[in-house]
Structures are given as C-alpha cells and as structure tokens.
Design a protein around this ligand. Structure first.
Ligand code: ZN
Length: 88
C-alpha cells in the first residue's frame, strides 16, 4: 500500500478551505490503496484512501497541530484509472 506524505500548509483563512479537524489518527479509513501521512510527524491521518478521494481538503493533524493539504495531482504516483471520476 503506497504511503503519501502530505504537504504541510499554513492554517487556511476562515472560510477559504474545507478543513477537517481530526480527533484521532487515522481519522478516516476507506477501502482504497493509499495511506495519507502527516507531512510533519508522519502519523497516518487517513488510511486506505481511494486515489482522488479527500481531494482538495485540508487535514488538521491532532498530534502535531499542523495543516496538511490533500492534493493528489501533485503526487508522483500512478492512479488506478478505473477509480477516477470525470473530474480528472
Ligand atoms: Zn502531524
């Protein structure tokens, strides 16, 4: 299962981004192939994520208080094309 280390971003301004404040790690568990890791402390913030899901949200890490952007387009991983919707 590929791990993706997320990019740490500054705290988004109020109302500009969808920020998911996680209460635990991992905060999400899906049925996909990717684990999303905090870019700072490398805790798994979301596990088994389908490529492209949680797209463009910001995950707040409860362990180290950083904001991590989920931006699949930046990652050098090859998607499973069958799982990608029309937005790609
Ligand atoms: Zn962290």
């Amino acid at each position: 299962m590929p791990n993706i280390k997320l990019e740490v971003v500054p705290k988004p301004k109020e109302g500009t981004r969808i920020v998911l404040k996680l209460l635990a790690t991992p905060g999400f568990s899906g049925e996909g192939d990717y684990d999303l890791l905090c870019g700072s402390c490398e805790k798994v913030l979301a596990e088994k994520i389908v490529y492209g899901h949680l797209q463009e949200v910001v995950l707040h890490c409860p362990k180290c208080d950083t904001h991590n952007e989920v931006q699949f387009r930046k990652y050098k991983v090859y998607p499973h094309f069958s799982q990608i919707g029309t937005r790609f």
